[in-house]
Design a protein around this ligand. Structure first.
Ligand SMILES: [Zn+2]
Length: 270
């Protein structure tokens, strides 16, 4: 019996080592060929390799366990929560007071350089990992479900991406987050009505816009009717200075009965 256990353990270990060796070798060969030819592997080759050798978690670098995809559960559940949604006087809200009218504002997780969330957001923004945005959105929906100032919203609107960036990236990362939230709460997502206003010289003279560092971040609505007497939740990936999301909120000011709340995945420690 003892011999069998030892033998079985030895064989399992050898098999695991063999699989690891094969996997590393194939990865090495795949990368080497393209490095030698100074080419990037085409998506079809990447997809083929992913099929047999799924990626590691972008947050921690560990191999995925069975059922895990895009982000491992340890990384997803280990993100540092702000609990700002339980505090109407949280640091972001205080920073926004007097700049725009809103019901509530929150960022669900703290953003720290070099930490898991920074790596996840980097994959979402620069490496085509849209699914990470959807997963983070679903997590936000769970965290904010009890906070009616957010979950009672009628419509979810992601902060629009600059058209140039949208063309380059192919998708708006905030839209992916909004879709994750909306899927969980069964809400509408509007992506076409809120637009970045074209920069004009005359705007620089308008006092209203002067407080924003970046005058390109000014938004307007194609149609105000859908937002009359509605509660809109604006969603972004990160709230840092807040100037972008405040500009979005300003686009809704003056609409009859319209209320605004704002939520992001992350904000830096204040
Ligand atoms: Zn991980």
């Amino acid at each position: 019996m003892c011999f069998y256990v030892k033998w079985h353990f030895g064989v399992s270990l050898a098999t695991a080592h063999f699989h690891f060796f094969i996997r590393q070798t194939l990865h090495f060969l795949n990368k080497s060929i393209y490095l030698l030819l100074d080419l990037k592997p085409p998506q079809v080759i990447k997809d083929f390799f992913k099929l047999f050798f799924p990626d590691n978690c972008p947050g921690c670098g560990q191999s995925f366990l069975r059922g895990e995809k895009h982000v491992c559960l340890q990384c997803l559940y280990g993100l540092h929560k702000t609990q700002y949604h339980n505090d109407p006087e949280n640091p972001i809200a205080k920073n926004f007071w007097g700049k725009t009218d809103f019901v509530a504002v929150t960022a669900v997780y703290f953003f720290q350089k070099g930490q898991v969330l920074q790596r996840l957001l980097h994959q979402l923004k620069y490496n085509g990992c849209k699914e990470i945005g959807i997963m983070l959105g679903r997590q936000m929906a769970i965290e904010l479900f009890q906070a009616s100032a957010f979950s009672n919203a009628d419509i979810i609107i992601p902060v629009p991406l600059h058209p140039g960036k949208l063309l380059q990236r192919g998708y708006n990362q905030s839209e992916m987050i909004a879709l994750g939230i909306a899927e969980n709460w069964q809400k509408e997502v509007h992506t076409a009505t809120l637009k970045r206003k074209k920069y004009t010289q005359s705007q620089t003279h308008k006092a209203r816009y002067e407080r924003f560092e970046n005058t390109e971040s000014v938004f307007e609505l194609d149609d105000v009717k859908p937002y009359e007497n509605k509660h809109v939740l604006l969603v972004d990936d990160v709230i840092s200075t807040g100037s972008t999301i405040i500009s979005c909120a300003e686009a809704f000011s003056g609409i009859n009965g319209c209320k605004i709340s704002m939520a992001s995945v992350a904000a830096p420690h204040r």
